[in-house]
Ligand binder design. Structure first.
Ligand code: PA5
Length: 522
């Protein structure tokens, strides 16, 4: 392709949203005329499905739920005055509570004011808040310094609690779980509550819940008299909940501009309602994903923001995209094994890691660059007339060109700076792209049966662990004998692994190592 051909292509496949200072360049994807013509009708159907979704149709058929995250930033669009009032009341409650905390009208049990924020949650109840906290936070200047617990790892609990140290008494704890019954979050809450007890402090006087009304978490928070309880609704999915109380409460407490987040998302929502692929950045993204992967996830998306503060974007998108699109069955019940693999970190750091393989090795990917126009920081010249920011920008353009020369496709998203509006816009862009793409490939983007299956399997293993413990005798026996005694002779491998774990945690005695080891009661 000549340079003037590429310029024509660039002008055609670059879509600008001046109100947000945002643009997307899809000219380095292979969106040719025959492909666009073939996808025109499916895309029209995707737009129609999205319109129905925003109008309150049941868009999550498996769970018979509406899908309402777009209403969070435009409450007037919610179907019915009740939903609109609920969204507006929740936002007002978030602002009031954060204002009261900042003004020390709500204060800790034994300290003058809250200075730290500890968010406990997992998956959709953690990744958005973590991404936004990292993208927009200003360490040392945040109203409350954020910390996160998003696992059931005892070492992880200990590390975060050690980081808080004596500041635990000035820590506001936000426990977030839509279902209110997720074990990792429950365990994190119990670990934090125990730490407060040990410090001679009332956990309830430092705790806030974000959950659905009537959940186990909600009942506990109410019974124990926690500082506040905020709502989640069944029509907002976990991974699309960043602009609900789930994300807005921690952001407001940290002192971030939540109106900016909502405004940026609302602006992107408006642009991505336009039923014209060339003027709608989410449609361009969805079509690019389809073209690059054959509509079957045949290639991975590598997310490369050239900005340290966007480090967690790829992690956040990994969940949003893979939990939404990674589905065994399509909407008609046929087996499709769909998905779109997402990974990434940041540029230019990754140029010194796996970008070598991207440029020269396996071709099974397309890249999504995020380009931030304003360099930020100090305009320090590192060479005459050249700043560190010039290097960052040059390295992005250089890597993109090097990939292109070797036939590797890429998208480029450009934002003026990393601020609340652009972060809100990026969230809304990918939420919409996922929804449109899900329609193109015919899957339900709004349920997560695989996650539920994992939760059930873990519960079954904990039940088995109880049986294994009960079957231990003073006399050491090997795993097959203990499995038989526990009534699960077909589960010998699982029984052996549980025995190794019980021995390592001091609840069984082991003689020997490996599958030949024998285990006894302690
Ligand atoms: O996106 C999702 O639905 C999941 O990742 C959930 O957010 C995650 O499983 C946590 O669930 P909950 O908020 O109910 O604790």
């Amino acid at each position: 392709m000549t340079s003037s051909d590429h310029w024509d292509r660039f002008r055609r496949l670059r879509c600008d949203l001046p109100a947000l200072g945002f643009s997307i360049d899809a000219s380095r994807m292979e969106l040719d005329e025959p492909f666009l013509a073939r996808l025109a009708a499916p895309l029209a159907r995707a737009f129609a499905a999205m319109k129905a979704l925003e109008g309150g149709a049941i868009a999550n058929p498996d769970e018979q739920r509406m899908v309402g995250h777009y209403w969070l930033r435009a409450p007037a669009l919610a179907p019915g005055a009740e939903l609109r009032a609920a969204i507006e009341a929740a936002l007002a409650a978030v602002k009031k509570f954060a204002g009261d905390v900042h003004a020390a009208r709500v204060r800790p049990e034994k300290a003058a004011r809250f200075t730290r924020l500890l968010c406990v949650g997992i998956g959709g109840s953690a990744l958005g808040p973590m991404f936004v906290a990292e993208a927009l936070g200003q360490p040392g200047r945040d109203q409350l310094a954020p910390h996160f617990l998003d696992n059931t790892d005892p070492d992880g609990f200990a590390r975060v609690l050690a980081r808080l140290g004596p500041a635990l008494g000035e820590t506001l704890v936000v426990i977030t779980s839509k279902s209110g019954g997720t074990p990792e979050t429950r365990n994190g809450m119990l670990a934090v509550a125990a730490a407060f007890r040990l410090a001679g402090l009332s956990f309830a006087r430092h705790a806030v819940a974000v959950t659905q009304a009537g959940s186990a978490l909600d009942r506990r928070a109410e019974a124990d008299g926690w500082l506040a309880r905020f709502p989640m609704w069944d029509w907002v999915g976990g991974r699309t909940s960043e602009l609900s109380v789930v994300g807005l409460l921690p952001a407001a407490l940290q002192g971030l501009d939540i109106d900016g987040l909502l405004g940026g998302a609302a602006g992107m929502d408006e642009a991505t309602r336009i039923a014209d692929a060339f003027r709608n950045p989410a449609a361009l993204l969805a079509l690019s994903w389809y073209q690059a992967t054959g509509g079957v996830g045949g290639k991975a998306m590598v997310v490369l923001p050239y900005k340290d503060s966007l480090l967690l974007l790829s992690r956040y998108l990994q969940q949003l995209v893979m939990e939404s699109l990674g589905k065994r069955l399509d909407l008609t019940g046929h087996r499709v094994d769909q998905g779109l693999t997402v990974y990434g970190n940041k540029g230019s750091t990754d140029q010194h890691a796996y970008v070598q393989q991207l440029r020269d090795g396996l071709p099974g990917f397309f890249a999504t660059f995020v380009r931030v126009l304003e360099p930020g920081g100090e305009p320090l010249e590192v060479e005459p007339g050249v700043t560190a920011g010039d290097y960052l920008h040059g390295l992005l353009l250089g890597t993109r060109a090097a990939l292109f020369e070797n036939g590797r496709a890429s998208l480029t998203l450009t934002v003026p700076r990393v601020d609340a509006r652009t972060v809100g816009a990026l969230i809304a862009l990918f939420e919409r792209a996922v929804g449109l793409y899900a329609s193109l490939i015919g899957v339900n983007a709004y349920h997560q049966p695989g996650v539920e299956a994992g939760k059930k399997a873990a519960t079954a293993l904990l039940t088995l662990q109880g049986k294994v413990l009960a079957a231990l005798t003073p006399e050491p026996r090997d795993a097959p004998a203990i499995a038989a005694a526990a009534g699960t002779p077909d589960d010998v491998e699982a029984v052996f692994l549980l025995l190794e774990h019980l021995a390592a945690s001091g609840r069984a005695r082991a003689e020997g190592v490996g599958p030949a080891a024998r285990f006894a009661r302690r």
